[in-house]
Design a protein around this ligand. Sequence first.
Ligand code: NAD
Ligand code: UGA
Length: 439
Amino acid sequence: MKQICVIGVGYVGLVTGTCFADLGNRVIALDVNEQRIENLKKGIMPIYEPGLEELVKRNMQAGRLSFTTSYKEALKGTEFAFIAVGTPSGVNGEADLQYVAAAARSVAEAMEAPLIIINKSTVPVGTGDWVADIVKKSQSKPIPFSVVSCPEFLREGSAISDFMNPHRTVLGSLDREAAEKVAQLHLPLRAPIMITDLRTAEMIKYASNAFLATKISFINEIAAICEALGADVKEVATGMGLDKRIGPMFLDAGLGWGGSCFPKDVLALAYMADEKGVEPHILNAVSKVNYNQRHLVRKNLDEMLGTVKGKTIGLLGLAFKPNTDDMRDAPSIDIAQELTAAGASVRGYDPVAMEVARTILPAVEMFDDPYTLAKGCDALVIVTEWNEFKQLDLERIKGLLKSPVVYDGRNIYDPAIMRSMGFNYRGVGRGYDVNGNQH
Ligand code: NAD
Ligand code: UGA
């Protein structure tokens, strides 16, 4: 059993801390947000993540997981301190490192014994060295420490399973012994462990996210070409994915990626490249293609309805992906705002993100379920592919809609079935002609 401190109890920190506790370690999770810590002590989660609440409570009860706002308390007797604070986009697309810097300073001021500081936040290449500098300068007396980069690859919505079953653990450090100690913590996860230098580990994280984002933008561009030529992108993706060199994952065409990661990480990598005089041709195109996808809703609804002006449009799904309440850079935000600006009344429903969505989208009228939302709508749009939308009673929905128009932004329905049911249906890249018929 090791004693670990995790700094930041957001999507990554809380999952990391809880999972390490579940693996038998003693974990103290710290945050500067007092409300979050008070709530966690009472068993109230700050985020929605399937399975997390139960795991947090179980490990708190077992005495392996506790919460604090005090760095002194969190670092007492601790050998490992994971930094998992946010690194949002700055004004020019660069990663904003103010929270990492503040955490590093607080660690330096509070540490009383040698420590391994592990960067789990996604940080620009070179940040590990910079963190080491901050810690050295902020210590009141010199106490030995090492910095290890340990990028996180979990996805929201499947975070616990991703953490517990990683494809790999990447560790970067100039101190091999420290990296090996961090490797020991990860041995129970039984994944390949790669130890490299700090900067390379930091780059692996950005390159991985950028590649996944590229795959999605690539298939979305193929979807546009499919649409123009009458081919079906879902079948195309299946056919492509059977080639082991391509693989089937992250080839779902649709309204594109959002969330707290791909958007900011693609931008931050492009910024790093630009800063060094390397033109990020692909990264720039990947972002451009992605944000274009969001305009498809207005464009298609204008074609299907004549105009969206004066029409009532229902958005099914508001979170940036299923199984999360995260609304950061969710496509639904741009889509709702574009429709509202064009004179449509917009309604919304999401299984878990509505509370957050209400504050971000005050002009959107929220409904408690898809059926009350559909009643009187001129069109429905699938924005997020929640499982519950795949099993809707579509006959009932058709009867409730003012006109049976469905724009399926996540390709969850079968176009032939939808059309045979009498829907005026379009998906993304599904091979229809201007009359909505399949080629
Ligand atoms: P988040 O915004 O959900 O949580 C960050 C937490 O850090 C907040 O609770 C905040 O109060 C706390 N915090 C800020 N400053 C602090 C300080 N000085 N001391 C202590 N706590 C502080 O962020 P997140 O989504 O968990 O992301 C964290 C990092 O992990 C980011 O760099 C992100 O890119 C990366 N990442 C995120 C995911 C994901 O799925 N969300 C996956 C992999 C990597
Ligand atoms: C992503 C990566 O998948 C994680 O490996 C990484 O750790 C994380 O970013 C991060 O660095 O924070 P996440 O953003 O939680 O995870 O979710 P994804 O499942 O990757 O989905 C991202 C977006 O892409 C969603 O909006 C989703 O709808 C979209 N997407 C995904 C597609 O449009 N098509 C696909 O085929 C897959």
